[in-house]
Design a protein around this ligand. Structure first.
Ligand code: GLY
Length: 403
């Protein structure tokens, strides 16, 4: 008990000094949103050409090696982020033209509400239809969200106590990835919209099982836990898929953990979720490989740091999660300062020049380094969480409720 008390104090002092020496400056949120609007106008002009006549390609995915825009079909996990960017531009500006575009790009995902072949339902449908519903209260959006949650519920396994992540990898039996935490927000929302507590209970069970099995003693998260779904409490292996090594801390995985457990605390008020988010935040903010600008390398244990790619998407998601965490935690000031520094760094040093990069907002993210896929690239989830973090910074500044 005493050791853990001193350890917490030590961590707090360490990351206070790290953050307080960061000399964060204010980001001019109005200008950044005006720039984001200009970039998104570029993106909207680029998309029709990048389709090359393929109607199934609906949302931006990244740029290829020649700098050409690559699009994704709706069934892939990143299809909801661009509709989400459009909803966030509408939320900030109130300009109807963004709501009109958001409506169009959201509608492209309609069929996904029946797609039970993936756990990424929350990423796809909550960023698009979820934001659309929160902003418009359109009952058709509500019905789509409820069907999406019903479909995702088919992936819940009562023996394991979690949703299953991937189906298509023969090397895994019943894989659960830390990313899956983000899909729980859809389930919490479904209970609020329907009054059916089944979704809430599934989300809580998934979060509890993840706390039990996904974390190391230092509170870093494994990427994948592979379960034997024929018996309770049976783990086959703990490994990575997108990180450097099985025992390493993949940066975006840590971001998913901070964001996911903070969101679970918001939805349940169970203090163990708050503690988990704080513990993972402590791990990243005290990590000796975290750079001074607080935009992490793609993996905290990547072998050639400092000569490794950064992951702006991880920083954007961490910043958004830390802003929310700052509103619940007694260490709130520290988390807010860290998020401010991340946003300042992303704004000053990771944004695309206006008019370039086919309209992406941020550069220098890493998708999947082990596959040499989307390394040092723009990614739509970086842009989405960056705008979300800015919106959260604005709400905190104005003393308004985030949700
Ligand atoms: N959810 C997949 C990723 O973070 O790359």
């Amino acid at each position: 008990m005493a050791i853990s008390k001193y350890y917490s104090l030590f961590l707090m002092l360490l990351f206070s000094s790290l953050i307080l020496s960061a000399n964060a400056q204010n980001v001019d949120i109005k200008t950044v949103f005006a720039d984001a609007e200009k970039q998104t106008e570029v993106m909207l002009r680029e998309i029709p050409t990048a389709k090359h006549g393929k109607a199934e390609l609906v949302s931006p995915r990244s740029l290829d090696a020649n700098g050409q825009l690559v699009l994704t079909p709706s069934f892939r996990w990143t299809s909801g982020f661009f509709p989400g960017v459009l909803w966030y531009l509408y939320k900030y500006t109130g300009n109807k033209k963004w709501a009109e575009q958001a409506t169009i790009y959201t509608a492209n995902l309609q069929r996904e509400k029946y797609n039970g072949g993936t756990h990424d339902m929350g990423f796809k449908m909550y960023c698009s239809y979820g934001n659309g519903y929160l902003l418009t209260k359109d009952s058709a959006y509500k019905n789509t969200l409820l069907q999406a949650a019903k479909t995702l519920a088919t992936r819940f396994n009562y023996t394991v106590g979690t949703f299953r992540s991937w189906d298509t990898m023969p090397k895994f039996s019943f894989p659960v990835i830390i990313d899956n935490m983000l899909n729980l927000e859809l389930m919490f929302e479904a209970t609020k919209l329907s009054g059916d507590s089944t979704y809430y209970k599934m989300a809580v069970s998934h979060a509890n099982t993840t706390i039990k099995n996904h974390f190391r003693k230092d509170f870093s998260s494994y990427h994948v836990v592979d379960y034997d779904s024929t018996k309770p409490n049976s783990i086959i292996k703990k490994v990575t898929h997108q990180g450097y090594a099985d025992e390493s801390a993949w940066a975006r995985g840590q971001a998913w953990a901070i964001y996911g457990f903070t969101m679970c605390y918001r939805e349940t008020k169970d203090p163990k979720y708050l503690k988990q988010a704080e513990n993972v935040a402590g791990y990243i903010l005290n990590n000796p490989t975290m750079p001074e600008d607080l935009v992490p390398y793609w993996d905290f244990n990547a072998p050639n740091i400092p000569n490794e790619p950064r992951d702006a998407s991880a920083a954007a998601c961490m910043a958004s999660g830390l802003y929310e965490l700052s509103t619940y935690s007694r260490n709130g000031k520290i988390y807010k300062k860290a998020a401010d520094k991340m946003i300042e760094s992303l704004t000053n040093n990771y944004r695309s020049p206006i008019g370039e990069s086919r309209g992406f907002i941020l550069l220098h993210s890493t998708g999947a380094k082990p596959n040499n896929s989307e390394v040092d690239a723009p990614l739509p989830y970086a842009d989405y969480y960056y705008l979300e973090a800015l919106l959260r910074a604005k709400m905190i500044k104005e003393g308004k409720k985030l949700f």
